[in-house]
Design a protein around this ligand. Structure first.
Ligand code: RAM
Length: 336
């Protein structure tokens, strides 16, 4: 028997016997027609759109009723009405990329008291605000690799700044904490973080903040922007300024927003995971919670469709996987 025919027979036997989870198979039934509300940090950020689309794809695949609602501005208070509406509408689950670790917790607790399952994705709340957090990649790994990428490009020496999202964003603040940890290592003794600026994940504010950084710190050697909105705005500013080729820019961004700036040499390297997979995994986790197959306890394993089986880690965290590094050699292979 040729290898392909053997593999097909093997799969057929497994599915006949009900052994193993192959492809999209689930061991435990998932309820259909669940009402799942997805609340991104903001609705007009291409990253968030891709992430929410991933969640809606999973909902379609599972036969759930998914919808995406959210504010146009990033900020915890702007997300509150959407949580309250989800409660009134008796949704089964809320997926939320939290704009603040604590401010949303009382509202999410109220939702959970009404038997609504809460899954955070991309940006977490304190653990008591949700059952599961879908973590895009190891926060420590992101913090370390962003510092390492910049250090390599500037020869481990010089002033640099961080252009972040909102001052309260759980995800950016965690990554920055790990960047600061990494910077304590002796090999970075000649690198200095001079300023953390906040563009609030607004394009224009991020653009102006970049301009401000470069004017205020004429010796700046680099900027790390761990936000897809920030890095795209910073790249746009630098690409037509005298700083192009002089100031190194790296961070987290989407290939589609940064392609032209990689091609014109403004950015050499940046990284990201697949935002659609973050959303997809969150919707699966929510559907599994609503079906009573998992509770969000450490060690529980669940099927997440095309992503395979996932295990709930400490504090209800489910990890998507390692990010991809993008540069001129590979960027054309990606379309998101
Ligand atoms: C922005 C948001 C999001 C973050 C990405 C990298 O789109 O701040 O939360 O994960 O950047």
């Amino acid at each position: 028997m040729n290898p392909r025919a053997f593999a097909q027979t093997f799969v057929a036997v497994l599915s006949l016997t009900g052994l193993g989870t192959i492809g999209y198979g689930q061991d435990k039934p998932i309820k259909k027609d669940l009402k799942i509300t997805c609340v991104p940090k903001n609705i007009n950020n291409p990253y968030m759109v891709t992430q929410s689309n991933g969640a809606m794809d999973a909902c379609k695949e599972l036969g759930e009723q998914g919808k995406v609602v959210g504010p146009s501005e990033t900020g915890a208070s702007a997300q509150v009405p959407y949580i309250n509406t989800a409660i009134t509408q008796r949704q089964n689950a809320i997926l939320i990329a939290a704009n603040d670790p604590n401010a949303l917790v009382p509202y999410l607790k109220k939702a959970m008291e009404q038997k609504i399952k809460v899954v955070t994705l991309d940006s977490d709340t304190a653990p008591e605000g949700r059952s599961i957090f879908i973590n895009q990649a190891s926060a420590e790994g992101i913090g370390q690799s962003l510092v390492q990428t910049l250090a390599k490009a500037i020869g481990n020496s010089g002033d640099f700044a961080i252009l972040s999202a909102t001052p309260n964003a759980t995800n950016q603040n965690t990554w920055i904490k790990y960047m600061q940890e990494e910077l304590k290592k002796p090999e970075y003794k000649d690198m200095k973080l001079v300023k953390i600026a906040y563009g609030n994940d607004e394009d224009q504010k991020s653009f102006t903040e970049t301009q401000g950084l470069l004017q205020a710190y004429p010796n700046l050697k680099g900027i790390i922007s761990p936000t897809s909105v920030g890095i795209a705005a910073a790249a746009r500013y630098i690409s037509t300024s005298p700083y192009k080729g002089k100031v190194v820019l790296t961070g987290l961004g989407t290939p589609n927003q940064l392609r032209e700036f990689v091609k014109d040499g403004t950015i050499k390297e940046f990284e990201l995971w697949k935002p659609a997979d973050v959303g997809y995994l969150a919707a699966y986790a929510a559907a599994q919670l609503c079906s009573g197959n998992i509770q969000g306890k450490e060690g529980e394993t669940f099927s997440a469709g095309k992503l395979g089986n996932r295990t709930v880690g400490k504090d209800g965290v489910v990890l998507l996987g390692p990010p991809t590094v993008f540069n001129a050699d590979n960027i054309d292979q990606f379309n998101f």
